[in-house]
Write a protein that binds this ligand. Structure first.
Ligand code: SF4
Length: 326
């Protein structure tokens, strides 16, 4: 079996920085205890487990404000997804030590929407309902912004004549660029004068474009990442819809079903921006073990049980974090 290691894939700089901020905080005895993360620092269970082992408590809940309600003392860390000014203010009012791990690319959007509203714009923000990133951005300019997930949301808008007059479009950082363009085109049909700001981050774009270019011709794409990671789920979608290659998402090697590999000659592998590199390397190494020395790839007898029970990895410590290449 040929394994196509899609590049770039995996950790982006925003995730690497956020994790380093948490590790540094955990090691600093001067930081008030307990140390809490308000929501999942990145959407990856394995990354969270590593931080839990350092004594950092991850709190979860329906939104950032209600998560914060659980904290009475100590340090709170805001995640890479960003947080609304109201949540920051409440944390300060409670006397909590606040550490902000917001990705700079998300901060750009926060600054942009504030600036646009100051100039008199009403904003249509394309993003995913229930995701923490839109929650933080909407919280910057409440009453001056609507969250749009799809065309139906555009149809349901009830904008006042004043709001319609000066409209701007902004976006979540981790969307599919093709879906986003489709929704923007729909908005522009109704509101041709709307000013467009596409804020999909470079890391998300490059990972999606790499799938389109490199997965083509593969029999299957395996996307390693957490089910809550938006950019991971978009990579599955991009493989299927843009590259025309069926795709599966797995959290780690233990979820890889060997029957998926039956008869496959070329399998592409990528990972979401919040997926620890080690998890992807384990999957790639497993797939490479499937390659047949005599070159008859894909005809190798498939083990009966899942790899988790059969395959022992050499102990491997993640050498470095950051975008994986090659
Ligand atoms: Fe930042 Fe983009 Fe990474 Fe999100 S996916 S943390 S916005 S670089």
């Amino acid at each position: 079996m040929e394994v196509i290691k899609i590049s770039p894939r995996g950790y982006c700089y925003g995730v690497v920085d956020a994790l380093q901020i948490v590790r540094k905080t955990a090691k600093d005895p001067q930081q008030p205890r307990p140390i809490y993360i308000i929501g999942q620092i990145v959407h990856n269970r394995h990354a969270i487990e590593e931080l839990t082992a350092l004594g950092v408590i991850t709190l979860d809940g329906p939104d950032r404000a209600s998560i914060l309600e659980q904290v009475k003392e100590g340090t709170v860390i805001f995640t890479a997804h960003g947080v609304s000014p109201l949540v920051k203010q409440r944390a300060r009012e409670r006397g909590l030590n606040c550490i902000d791990a917001t990705c700079p690319d998300v901060t750009v959007t926060h600054d942009l929407v504030r600036d646009l509203v100051a100039k008199g714009y009403y904003i249509l923000y394309i993003g995913k309902k229930g995701h923490p990133e839109p929650e933080g951005v909407l919280g910057e300019v409440p009453g001056h912004i609507s969250l749009i997930e799809n065309e139906a949301d555009v149809d349901a808008l009830a904008l006042t004549p004043q709001q319609q007059e000066k409209l701007a479009i902004s976006t979540q950082t981790t969307l599919s660029q093709w879906d986003t363009r489709r929704v923007i085109a729909y908005i522009k049909e109704k509101y041709p004068h709307a000013e467009v700001h596409i804020d999909i981050c470079a890391a998300t774009q490059s990972r999606q474009e790499a799938v389109v270019a490199q997965a083509k011709g593969a029999d299957l794409t395996i996307v390693v990442g957490d089910p809550r990671s938006n950019n991971t789920n978009r990579l599955v979608q991009v493989s299927e819809e843009l590259a025309g290659v069926p795709a599966v998402r797995i959290e780690d090697l233990s979820q890889l079903k060997t029957e998926w590999l039956q008869g496959k000659k070329r399998v592409a592998v990528t990972a979401g921006a919040s997926t620890p590199s080690q998890l992807t390397r384990e999957v790639i190494r497993f797939l490479e073990q499937f390659s047949i020395p005599d070159g008859k790839s894909g005809e190798h007898p498939i083990p009966a049980a899942s790899p988790a029970g059969q395959y022992t990895m050499k102990s491997e410590k993640a050498k470095s974090e950051g975008t994986e290449q090659g």
